[in-house]
Design a protein around this ligand. Structure first.
Ligand SMILES: Cc1cc2nc3c(=O)[nH]c(=O)nc-3n(C[C@H](O)[C@H](O)[C@H](O)COP(=O)(O)OP(=O)(O)OC[C@H]3O[C@@H](n4cnc5c(N)ncnc54)[C@H](O)[C@@H]3O)c2cc1C
Length: 474
């Protein structure tokens, strides 16, 4: 019997486990899925219970299975036959779908394969003493010996923004993790709220606030005050467009890439097409384009282009977008472009000072609660996480130079501190951004999960040879 441990049961861990369990194997395989939160198959994105938190990808492109594109759509239609492939359904339903996927794989595995679920936190992973063994230590001291380990630990709470006096961050008026159950409670209790960030997480937070009560004052601050664009309204998806032939010969500089994408979007807009088609088409080629860039060019992208890329690429579903815009128009939500320079707790609330963009002018705000909506932290060296600290300290993983995630080889093996691929430890999840840039959403992660599962079975000589899988991102 072979054993593969998967640390983390969000989308990535669940999709990998389901694939492993359902593939034919030449000897029994035990998959041990370990998750520190109680609910398996939800993760950060799909654990929300709020019905107004919608998927930001149409249902027709949210299958967890790379080889079965309509799998999620069929699940939706089994509950509501009216759901179309262009519909934006709730993330809560997606969580139910993932739970069903795991349940089905567990109850109908291939031949002799089995799943063990463990609720607990892995705080250390050691390799050896032999070349084929790894041992996991859980908080509480239990140990599990396995043949392979998949790190699927996903998203980490946002980084604290830099302010003059960091003491505020231990205040109960501050919510660092916008996806924690605590955030929802604090939102419900607060009349005056400051959101740090104006992206999709801020949209989610605003919708929760709107639901709780209407007499709120909400401020949302980001350096540029940029807001996410919206998807086209639900409806039939346009035919897919292939721009790889046009993008690949372009010189590997950010300036050339931006110029080419803008020109393509302009030409297509003039023909009456939707600019979003261009971004969707680029998505398939993005990993190849990213891999070609030098470190300096990648850094240039992060410094100058990333904020604009994010708002165009990661769009809000039409309905939440409209409600978000209504909040701005009604004055319930005030967007501020600037930099938060200080946050201080006083008897009458939190005093926030913001330096307005492009000026020396300071704006003073008074709020009850500050919620960090700046997006998941990918800077592994800065994380306060027992497992990550141990893995870095023991040289078992290598954070990338641009702090986007984790260094991996082609087969998802993590690189050690000296850049050598592990034969026991693998990674799948949004930290693949370091290697591929476009790797954080379901249409990409489902392909990575499938590839990884197939690679693992073949590396242990118990599965079929991995087959190439077509990435579907339309
Ligand atoms: C709010 C939000 C909304 C999104 N919406 C969409 C969308 O609509 N469409 C789309 O395509 N993509 C969306 N995404 C992106 C995408 O779906 C996620 O990137 C993906 O779900 C990542 O899943 P994951 O399993 O890698 O990570 P996570 O969801 O973060 O799951 C990781 C799991 O690992 C557990 N864990 C971590 N460390 C340990 C440990 N040491 N021991 C045990 N367990 C551990 C955590 O508790 C967690 O349950 C969204 C992302 C976010 C954050």
């Amino acid at each position: 019997m072979k054993t593969i441990a998967i640390i983390g049961a969000g989308f990535s861990g669940t999709a990998t486990a389901a694939r492993l369990l359902t593939q034919p194997t030449s000897e029994p395989l035990r998959v041990v899925l370990i998750n520190r939160s109680g609910e398996m198959a939800r993760g950060v994105a799909y654990g929300t219970q709020s019905p107004e938190h919608l998927l930001n990808v149409p249902a027709g492109n949210m299958s967890a299975l790379a080889h079965d594109p309509d799998h999620f759509l069929r699940f939706c239609r089994s509950h509501d036959p009216a759901v179309t492939s262009g519909a934006f359904v709730s993330r809560r339903i997606y969580g139910q779908y993932l739970a069903r996927l795991l349940h089905d794989a567990e109850s109908r595995p291939s031949q002799h394969n089995s799943l063990s679920r463990i609720v607990g936190e892995v705080i250390a992973v050691k390799t050896g003493p032999g070349p084929t063994e790894a041992t996991l230590t859980l908080a509480g001291g239990a140990r599990v010996g396995v043949d392979r380990v998949v790190f699927a630990f996903g998203h980490f709470p946002p980084r604290n923004v830099e302010i003059s006096d960091q003491r505020f961050y231990s205040s109960s008026s501050y919510v660092r993790d916008p996806w924690s159950p605590d955030a929802a409670v604090r939102l419900a209790q607060s009349k005056r709220v400051l959101l740090l960030g104006t992206g999709l997480t801020a949209v989610d937070a605003c919708l929760s606030l709107l639901n709780a009560s209407s007499d709120r004052v909400i401020y949302a601050v980001s350096r540029r005050g940029l807001l996410p664009c919206t998807h086209r309204p639900s409806g039939p998806q346009p035919p897919s467009l292939d721009l790889s032939g046009r993008m690949e010969p372009i010189p590997a500089t950010i300036r050339s890439y931006v110029h080419a994408i803008r020109r393509e979007a302009q030409i297509r807009s003039q023909r009456g097409e939707d600019w979003r088609n261009v971004l969707t088409a680029i998505r398939r080629t993005t990993p190849a384009l990213w891999l070609r860039l030098s470190l300096a060019e990648k850094a240039r992208f992060l410094r100058h282009v990333q904020p604009y890329w994010e708002i165009h690429r990661h769009r809000a579903a039409p309905e939440p977008y409209e409600r978000f815009q209504e909040m701005i128009l009604s004055g319930a939500l005030r967007i501020i472009a600037g930099r938060v320079v200080s946050l201080e707790e006083h008897a009458d609330g939190v005093h926030a000072t913001v330096r307005l963009r492009g000026t020396e002018q300071l704006s003073e705000l008074q709020v009850d609660t500050v919620i960090n909506c700046t997006g998941p932290s990918t800077d592994l060296k800065q994380l306060d996480d027992a497992l990550i600290k141990q893995l870095i300290m023991d040289g078992l993983i290598l954070p990338d130079a641009l702090r986007l995630g984790i260094e991996v080889a082609d087969n998802y093996a993590v690189l050690d501190a000296r850049g050598r691929p592990s034969s026991l430890l693998y990674y799948v999840g949004p930290l693949l951004r370091a290697r591929y840039w476009e790797a954080t959403a379901v249409p990409e992660l489902r392909v990575h999960a499938q590839h990884l599962a197939d690679q693992l079975l073949s590396s242990m000589a118990i599965g079929a040879t991995p087959a190439a899988v077509e990435t579907s991102t339309s």
